[in-house]
Ligand binder design. Structure first.
Ligand code: ADP
Ligand code: MG
Ligand code: MG
Length: 245
């Protein structure tokens, strides 16, 4: 089965149909891009997967099992980890404190600090995250703070990692580092959903890509079998001239 499958997901905010009858299949162990212009409905879809919004209609399956995501705890229990555009970190707490914060009825029992520190060091080394559990968040660069969010998800044993516009806040070097991390996660069998409006990122790192336009999922294709020009046309609904290097 797919790691995540959506069937007929819809969500309206008053008169705005943010998600219209969305179908999506994300194969396990793949990097799946979701691309669309600003306002296409990408973040709404992500928020539904994390239990922030209840869809008006539709079904979510995780590893073939129907899932009711009532809140973010149920998403975490299903193995879904999120990296938001705006980090949810407590600035004057350490990495370790941030990671174990709120780990209660998730997939792990609240561990001892020493044990958690060991697990974090191991995860950070395994995936090249390059963060020290005892550093304070406010001392860290934006790129490092984002890696703390990834570490948080991995600590909660996420098998599926969803990143919303993750490179928007990064320098080019930090973005390269992030993509190396994502490739490493994929190599370990994790499933990655990369939400972006940047065609270059889709072409660079994804196995498959789904295109959203005005709340609808207008296409899902293998990245190797498409081009940036085709994706751009799907995003805006007409031919466009791309200025790509
Ligand atoms: P994207 O992430 O692709 O830029 P969003 O999912 O953020 O798109 O937004 C899709 C549409 O839904 C937009 O028209 C946006 O204004 C609207 N929308 C998103 N969240 C809300 C909300 N909480 N209340 C009202 N409208 C919203
Ligand atoms: Mg937006
Ligand atoms: Mg968005």
């Amino acid at each position: 089965p797919a790691a995540i499958e959506l069937r007929g997901i819809s969500k309206a905010f008053g008169p705005v149909q943010a998600n219209k009858d969305i179908d999506l299949r994300v194969p396990k162990g793949s990097i799946h891009g979701i691309i669309g212009e600003n306002g296409a409905g990408k973040s709404t879809l992500m928020s539904i997967l994390y239990g922030f919004y209840k869809p008006d209609a539709g079904e979510i399956l995780v590893n073939g099992q129907p899932l009711t995501i009532a809140d973010s705890q149920s998403a975490i229990r299903a193995g879904i980890g999120m990296v938001f555009q705006h980090f949810k970190l407590v600035q004057n707490f350490t990495v370790l404190e941030n990671v174990i914060l709120g780990v209660e009825d998730g997939r792990l029992l609240r561990p001892s600090l020493a044990k958690a520190r060991g697990v974090l060091k191991q995860l950070a080394a395994e995936y090249g995250l390059n963060v020290d559990p005892d550093e304070t968040i406010e001392e860290l660069s934006v790129g490092h703070q984002q890696r703390v969010e990834i570490l948080k998800a991995l600590y909660r044993q996420a098998d599926i990692l969803i990143l919303d516009e993750p490179t928007g806040v990064l320098t080019p070097a930090e973005a390269d580092h992030l993509f190396r991390i994502l490739r490493g996660l994929k190599a370990e069998g994790k499933t990655i959903i990369l939400i972006t409006h940047k065609l270059r990122e889709i072409m660079e790192i994804t196995d498959n890509v789904s295109v959203m336009r005005r709340g609808e999922m207008v296409a899902s294709v293998r990245t190797a079998e498409t081009s940036a020009e085709q994706l751009a046309e799907l995003m805006v609904g007409r031919k466009v001239l791309l200025n790509v290097a």
